[in-house]
Design a protein around this ligand. Structure first.
Ligand code: UN1
Length: 510
C-alpha cells in the first residue's frame, strides 16, 4: 500500500473543483500564508492557501445577506423551493465532483464521500416538499366571530458553522430548509474543508442564477474560529446553527443567547451499542465494525462504547478483533480501502493518549492503535482502529476521543447496560442488537439519546428522521419532519370579524 503523490491529489482537487465551476488557482491567487491552509489528510501536504475574511469583510457579507432577506422573504415559499430543487439536481449531476473534494479534504472513501453528498440531495428533496407545507394551525377561539391561528414567517439570516468530518451534509441540512423558509445563509465552514464548502456553495449559487433569483442569499465566510465568532455576536444573525465539539458549543450557546439570538447545536457524541445474548451475531458484527471503524472513527455518530452480554462476550469480541484484522487501511483513493486517514497529528496524539490512559485504568488493547504508512506519508496520520477491553466504564470511556477506539465492557443485566449507556454526558446515538422484542422495547424506552436504533449501528442516520442529541450533544434537531420550524418565527394571530369587542377570559373593561 502506497500513498498517492501530491500531484495526484492536486489533479483530483482540480477536477472536483472544476466540476463545481471553480478553479484552484483562482482560489489561491493573492492569498498569503496568514490565510487558510488548504491540505489533504491523505498525504498531509499543502495544496495552497486561501484568503481569509477580515472582521470588516465578514460584517459586510452579513450585511449583504441581511439586505437580501427583505427580498427573499417575499418570494413565495414554493418558488423558493424551486431553487432548492435545482440545487438538488446539480448536486446529483456533480455528485462525484463534490465527493472528490470531500475525499481530498476529509479523507473519506469515495463510497462514504458520495454518501455524504447523497444526504445533501435527500435533504433537498425533503425541503422541496416542505416548501408547500410550511403550515400553521387554526384553532377555535373562545370568542364568537373570532379566528385564532398560528402562522410561520421567515426568520432572517441563518449563520452556519460546520466541522471537517462532515464538511457538506450538515451545511445542506440547514441550508435547504433555511432557503425554503425564506432565510439567507452565511456559512463558516471548517477551515480544514474549505474547498468542499466552496464547491457546494458554487452549485447553490448556480441554482439561484438558473432560477432567475437573487444570488445574494447564500454566502461563505473563510477563516478560522475567529471568523466564526463574528456570526455569534452579530445581531443581524437570527439563528446560529453549529456542528462541532462540546467545547465549541459551550462558547456558541451562551454567546448567542446573550443577545437573545437562537442557536441550534449538534455537538459531540459518545455512542454505545448493546449486544444481547439473542443478537444475530453476524449482523451485529457488521453493524458494530462499520459504526466503530468506518470513517476512521471520525463521525459524531461513531460507535465508541460496546456493552456485550457476558454469555457471548468472548466469542463476539474475538470476531470483532478478527474483522478488524481484515480492514484495509490506506489512501481512500485505492480500491478496497475501508479506513482512510485521521484528520491530522492532533487526532493521532489524542488517540495515543486515550489508549495509554485506558491501559492505566485497567484496559487491555486487544488490537490496533499503531500508526501505519508513516514512512510513505510522514505528514499523514493513518492508524489501525483499536479495540480495548475495559474492566468497567472508567473515566476515559466517558470522553469522546475523535478517533477509532472501541471500548468494550461486559454486562449481565440489560438494565445495567442501559444505565451505562446513559451514564456519559453526551446523548447523540445508541443501539441494541437483540432478537428479543421485550429487550428492544426496554432499550428504546430507556436510552436517553436523540437517536436510538434496534439491530443497526449508531451511525448512518437517514434524512427525514430528526438528527441530533440530548445533554452535552446540545439538544438541536436537524433534517427531521418538523425541523423547518427552527428556521422560522411563529406568530399567533387573532382576527375579530364580530363587530363587537369581547375581551378574552370574559374580562370587562370600559
Ligand atoms: C456527523 O457525524 O457529524 O448518521 C454527522 C450519520 C450521518 C451524519 C453524521 N448521517 O453518521
Amino acid at each position: 500500500m502506497t500513498l498517492p503523490t501530491q500531484d495526484e491529489i492536486r489533479d483530483l482537487t482540480r477536477r472536483g473543483l472544476s466540476g463545481c465551476g471553480l478553479d484552484l488557482d483562482a482560489i489561491t491567487t493573492g492569498a498569503s500564508a496568514a490565510g487558510v491552509q488548504l491540505r489533504s489528510p491523505i498525504t498531509g501536504q499543502e495544496l495552497g492557501w486561501a484568503q481569509s475574511d477580515t472582521p470588516e469583510s465578514a460584517a459586510d457579507t452579513i450585511g449583504r445577506a441581511h439586505a437580501a432577506f427583505a427580498e427573499w422573504r417575499s418570494v413565495p415559499a414554493p418558488v423558493r423551493g424551486q431553487v432548492v430543487q435545482r440545487w438538488g439536481r446539480l448536486l446529483a449531476e456533480h455528485k462525484e465532483d463534490l465527493a472528490a473534494l470531500v475525499t481530498v479534504e476529509a479523507g473519506k472513501t469515495p463510497s462514504e464521500a458520495a454518501g455524504e453528498v447523497q444526504e445533501m440531495i435527500d435533504i433537498c428533496e425533503l425541503a422541496v416538499g416542505q416548501s408547500r407545507q410550511l403550515f400553521g394551525k387554526t384553532l377555535p377561539s373562545e370568542r364568537p366571530g373570532h379566528r385564532l391561528m398560528e402562522t410561520w414567517h421567515p426568520l432572517g439570516v441563518v449563520g452556519i458553522i460546520s466541522a471537517f468530518n462532515f464538511p457538506v451534509a450538515p451545511y445542506a441540512w440547514n441550508t435547504a430548509l433555511a432557503i425554503v423558509c425564506g432565510d439567507p445563509v452565511v456559512w463558516k465552514p471548517s477551515e480544514l474543508a474549505l474547498l468542499s464548502a466552496l464547491g457546494a456553495n458554487a452549485l447553490l449559487t448556480r441554482a439561484f442564477e438558473e432560477c432567475g433569483q437573487s444570488t445574494n442569499v447564500n454566502h461563505v465566510l473563510v477563516g478560522d474560529r475567529s471568523v466564526g465568532e463574528i456570526l455569534l455576536d452579530d445581531p443581524r444573525v437570527e439563528l446560529v446553527s453549529a456542528t462541532g465539539s462540546v467545547r465549541m458549543g459551550r462558547e456558541v450557546g451562551p454567546r448567542v443567547a446573550q443577545r437573545f439570538g437562537r442557536s441550534l447545536l449538534e455537538l459531540g457524541g459518545n455512542n454505545a451499542a448493546i449486544v444481547a445474548p439473542s443478537a444475530d451475531a453476524d449482523l451485529a458484527l457488521r453493524g458494530v465494525v462499520f459504526a466503530a471503524a468506518g470513517t476512521a472513527g471520525q463521525r459524531c455518530t461513531t460507535l465508541r462504547r460496546l456493552f456485550v452480554h457476558s454469555s457471548v462476550a468472548s466469542e463476539f469480541v474475538d470476531k470483532i478483533v478478527a474483522a478488524y484484522g481484515t480492514l484495509t487501511i490506506g489512501s481512500p483513493l485505492d480500491d478496497g480501502v475501508l479506513v482512510g486517514p485521521l484528520v491530522g497529528q492532533g487526532a493521532f496524539e489524542s488517540m495515543q493518549a486515550a489508549l495509554a490512559t485506558a491501559e492505566e485504568q485497567g484496559g487491555e488493547v486487544l488490537c490496533g492503535g499503531a500508526r501505519v504508512l508513516a514512512e510513505d506519508g510522514p505528514e499523514a496520520f493513518y492508524v489501525e482502529p483499536a479495540v480495548v477491553r475495559m474492566p468497567s466504564q472508567t473515566q476515559i470511556v466517558h470522553d469522546e476521543t475523535f478517533a477509532p477506539i472501541l471500548y468494550v465492557v461486559e454486562y449481565d443485566d440489560l438494565d445495567d447496560a442501559i444505565a451505562l449507556n446513559n451514564a456519559v454526558p453526551q446523548g447523540l446515538s445508541s443501539a441494541v442488537f437483540t432478537s428479543d422484542l421485550g429487550e428492544a422495547e426496554r432499550f428504546l424506552a430507556g436510552s436517553d439519546t436523540g437517536i436510538a436504533n434496534v439491530n443497526i449501528g449508531t451511525s448512518g442516520a437517514e434524512i427525514g428522521g430528526a438528527f441530533g442529541g440530548n445533554k452535552e450533544t446540545g439538544g438541536g434537531r436537524e433534517s427531521g419532519t418538523d425541523s423547518w420550524q427552527a428556521y422560522m418565527r411563529q406568530a399567533t394571530n387573532t382576527v375579530n370579524y364580530s363587530g363587537e369587542l369581547p375581551l378574552a377570559q370574559g374580562v370587562e373593561f370600559l
